[in-house]
Design a protein around this ligand. Structure first.
Ligand code: FBP
Length: 553
């Protein structure tokens, strides 16, 4: 393998553990809290998880080890989208497992949940793990999005686990994957397999957090990477003074990534999906809001700016969601083939006009033609519009352009408008983990093994107090059922981990809200620069602005 100088240097980095875990199992004991209850729908969740519901929160402390000596054979998977630090969760898990008993074994199941179903795995050893320490990516064993949720799948996993003598499975994933980890844990307990299941909170989207989990790993590095790029673009905009940059950032649904990037870079505009939904904003209102900033700046001679658009925005616009639902209905079943057979866009347009309600057609009709056509291009396996493929950065810039043309004709807008478009997503998911993510992930993995060693199942590895230096971090575990409620999914009520959306009364949004008017008209850009791996702690070990504001530090 060809190694870059940074990669070589990062191999030498020693991730920081919470103080209480630093001396290994010999000096780690457990303190159990009170029984827990799920955040909502307690009776229903309790009935669905009779073996794993209501268990206590646990916290590790310094003290004499009381765990039973037992050879552990642990299987681990990476599940869902990549997030910086996944390799460190595995190396932390491996180090804790080997430090506890050199005969313990760690198997990495390949390609996400599929690896567990197909019994496709590798056995890790020192050389294998050493090649991935402190690196980005999930390439150590790959990842996948297969959902582990049916009884048949669980039976296959149990069978494969038994074949390999597994004592525990660790699932590194987001809210859906950890919901499935809880169901798998319940299955394993109900069947008396003796196999424990532990989850670790991952996702760059930042939406797996709650009163127990302060942040999902990967959010820190991904947002720092996007913020570096946005800062660079801001500086370019402020140098050339001739473009508005419309920048879409990842985050399938929640706008945490967009908000964090805005807090880091102070752009002129940042849309927040959750606010758009709460205020029931229309596309025209959002367009007008952006055009107002462009107009004010343009009339003051500042024909440049930066607007951040969250990937999930369109689903938060009520009239747009309704339009998508109607299109999905309109093209259900055989109608798709009929639609595709129409000879040209005019006939397709007329078909759409005849099939939509007048209200939804009016929304469709104000979209730029390129976006209208995107709605009918790629469909998911269920035949639904793939909303995440809609180029919302272009949607808004084109709508703003049309609005500005009207304002120009009316004589209110005197500036010039030229737009550039960007989408930052994959650029940030496999970056070298920041020191924070390298430390946090290693700790989550190390801690996951302690939960296994102490016999817990159905728990999420929990490392808290993470806005403080690592020495003060608190390690422990929380039953996953505590984070669950019932939600309607595909026509059925299901127990799921509650997804964290941006809270409009939370400190990060409040800070943004208090400053955004000034940022929209003035040029208040801040340039965060590249992630720093070496240097003073106040530069290298910083947490996100989101976490700092949430914790008041
Ligand atoms: P996870 O929720 O699995 O962590 O993935 C998040 C994410 O990166 C989203 O931000 C993005 O919308 C999506 O994955 C992209 O998925 P894919 O990798 O399948 O293109």
């Amino acid at each position: 393998m060809n190694l870059s100088p940074l990669q070589k240097a990062r191999y030498e980095y020693s991730p920081k553990l919470p103080g209480m875990l630093r001396n290994g199992i010999a000096e780690i004991c457990v303190s159990e809290g009170a029984a827990t209850a799920s955040v909502a729908d307690q009776e229903k969740i309790k009935a669905l998880f009779p073996n794993t519901y209501g268990k206590p929160e646990i916290t590790f402390q310094k003290g004499a080890n009381t765990s039973a000596a037992k050879k552990q054979v642990v299987g681990v998977i990476l599940s869902g989208g990549q997030a910086p630090g996944g390799h460190n969760v595995i190396s932390g898990l491996y180090d804790a497992l080997k430090a506890t008993n050199k005969d313990n074994v760690l198997l990495g199941f390949k390609g996400g949940p599929d690896g567990l179903l197909k019994n496709d795995y590798v056995e890790f050893d020192d050389a294998f793990i050493d090649a991935y320490r402190n690196t980005g990516g999930f390439d150590i064993i790959g990842s996948g999005r297969t959902k582990l949720e049916t009884k048949e799948q669980f039976a296959t996993v149990a069978e494969n686990a038994k074949k390999n003598g597994l004592t525990a499975v660790v699932i590194i994933g987001g809210d859906d994957s950890n919901t499935n980890a809880a169901t798998l844990a319940e299955y394993m307990a109900a069947k008396n397999t003796g196999i424990q299941v532990i989850g670790c909170p991952k996702t760059i989207d930042g939406d797996l957090k709650n009163e127990d989990i302060e942040a999902s790993f990967g959010f820190d590095t991904a947002t720092k990477t996007y913020s570096e790029l946005i800062g660079n673009i801001e500086r370019d905009a402020n140098s050339a003074k001739k473009y508005w940059h419309f920048i879409k950032v990842m985050g399938r649904s929640a706008s945490h990534v967009a908000l964090e990037c805005a807090l880091e870079t102070q752009p002129n505009i940042c849309l927040i999906g959750e606010e758009v939904a709460a205020k029931k904003m229309t596309l025209a209102q959002i367009t007008s809001y952006i055009a107002d900033a462009v107009e004010k700046r343009g009339n003051a001679g500042k024909n440049f700016g930066v607007a951040i658009i969250p990937e999930g925005i369109v689903e938060f616009v009520p009239e747009f969601s309704k339009l998508i639902a109607e299109i999905n209905e309109l093209l259900a079943g055989e109608a798709t083939a009929k639609f595709n057979a129409l000879p040209d866009w005019t006939s397709k347009y007329n078909f759409i006009k005849a099939g939509l309600t007048a209200e939804s057609f009016a929304v469709f009709d104000i979209l730029p033609q390129g976006i209208q056509q995107q709605l009918f291009l790629e469909r998911d396996p269920h035949g639904n519009v793939q909303v995440s493929l809609i180029e919302s950065e272009k949607l808004f810039s084109e709508m703003v352009k049309a609005e500005l043309a009207k304002r120009k004709a009316a004589g209110t807008y005197k500036g010039k408008f030229g737009a550039q478009h960007h989408f930052f997503g994959y650029e940030g998911r496999c970056a070298f983990p920041s020191n924070f993510d390298a430390d946090y992930c290693y700790s989550l993995g190390y801690n996951a093994f302690m939960l296994i060693q102490y016999g817990y199942t159905g728990y999420l590895s929990k490392v808290s107090n993470i806005s403080k230096p690592a020495e003060e971090w608190v390690a422990g575990g929380m039953p996953i059922t505590k984070m669950m409620n019932m939600e309607r999914r595909n026509g059925e009520d299901k127990p799921v981990i509650r997804k964290a959306l941006v809270e409009l009364d939370g400190a990060p949004f409040k800070y943004f809200e208090a400053h955004r008017e000034e940022w929209s008209v003035e040029t208040c850009f801040t340039y965060p620069g590249a992630i720093q791996y070496y240097g003073p702690a106040e530069v290298c070990d910083l947490t996100t602005r989101t976490l700092a504001l949430e914790k008041g530090v």
